[in-house]
Design a protein around this ligand. Structure first.
Ligand code: ADP
Ligand code: MG
Length: 231
């Protein structure tokens, strides 16, 4: 199964709009959460009542998760200019961030990357991109598995130098319906998911004139293949 995520102005508009409101949503949520916590603690501790408060609190956390995912896009540093970076260095930083989590879940992160040329890109966005992809891969594997990250240089049909980055996991894969929905805002198959991670990835890659292809087999795993022009 394969799907190429194509540019869509509509999705970008959703992202921008939502990030504009994110700051405004966070403050009242904090107030609401505080009062609910107070009610929960001072309630008669009837089982049903406590359960209802718990549902409210976890729903507030879900909204907070959405806001958090969109705040990254809204922060001023996010619009910083492109600098000279090497994709391998960025990936190394992101892998390092997941080291403990991977060890605890017995997930091997395999990194057979090759020497690749530097590119000009926004470092923050690249980190967010790989953070979201690696997070998804680890969530798909759950435990006892492997995530491989490969990088390489190649020449495209026009003879231009490009960089390829492949993130492959031995997770549970995706069915055709899930695959066809990738990149759609708020589409998630997870209880605690925001459904924003891939929308953001897709935006970042398209801003860099790159491409994402996804190959997935249910029960076997998933491969995200990213390609970027080097200049
Ligand atoms: P979230 O992770 O919050 O659910 P994402 O936009 O990151 O949102 O991903 C959307 C959905 O795409 C996920 O809920 C999952 O169903 C699917 N998905 C993404 N990456 C993978 C992967 N590596 N393996 C299997 N399914 C994936
Ligand atoms: Mg995700």
């Amino acid at each position: 199964l394969e799907k190429e995520l194509i540019r869509s102005e509509k999705l970008q508009a959703v992202g921008k709009l939502a990030s504009g409101f994110a700051h405004e949503i966070r403050n009242p949520l904090t107030t609401i959460k505080g009062f609910i916590q107070l009610f929960k603690e001072t309630s008669e501790q009837k089982e049903e009542e406590v359960q209802h408060y718990q549902i409210i609190l976890s729903e507030i956390d879900r909204v907070n998760g959405i806001v958090r995912d969109l705040l990254g896009i809204a922060s001023p540093e996010y619009d910083e200019k492109a600098v000279q970076v090497n994709m391998n260095t960025i990936l190394q930083d992101i892998v390092y961030l997941h080291k403990d989590q991977a060890q605890a879940k017995n997930i091997e992160i395999h990194t057979p990357w090759q020497e690749i040329p530097d590119i000009y890109a926004n470092e923050k966005k690249l980190k967010q991109l790989y953070l979201n992809l690696l997070q998804n891969a680890m969530e798909a594997v759950k435990e006892n598995g492997r995530v491989s990250i490969r990088t390489y240089e190649f020449l495209n049909e026009a003879g231009r130098s490009c960089i390829g980055v492949e993130i492959e996991d031995t997770g549970d894969g995706m069915d055709a319906r899930t695959l066809s929905k990738l990149g759609t805002p708020f589409f998630t198959t997870k209880d605690e998911g925001t459904g924003l991670g891939l929308m953001i990835c897709y935006q970042i890659v398209s801003e860099m004139d790159g491409k994402i292809k996804v190959f997935s087999a249910e029960g076997k795993g998933t491969l995200f293949q990213l390609t970027f022009p080097t200049e």
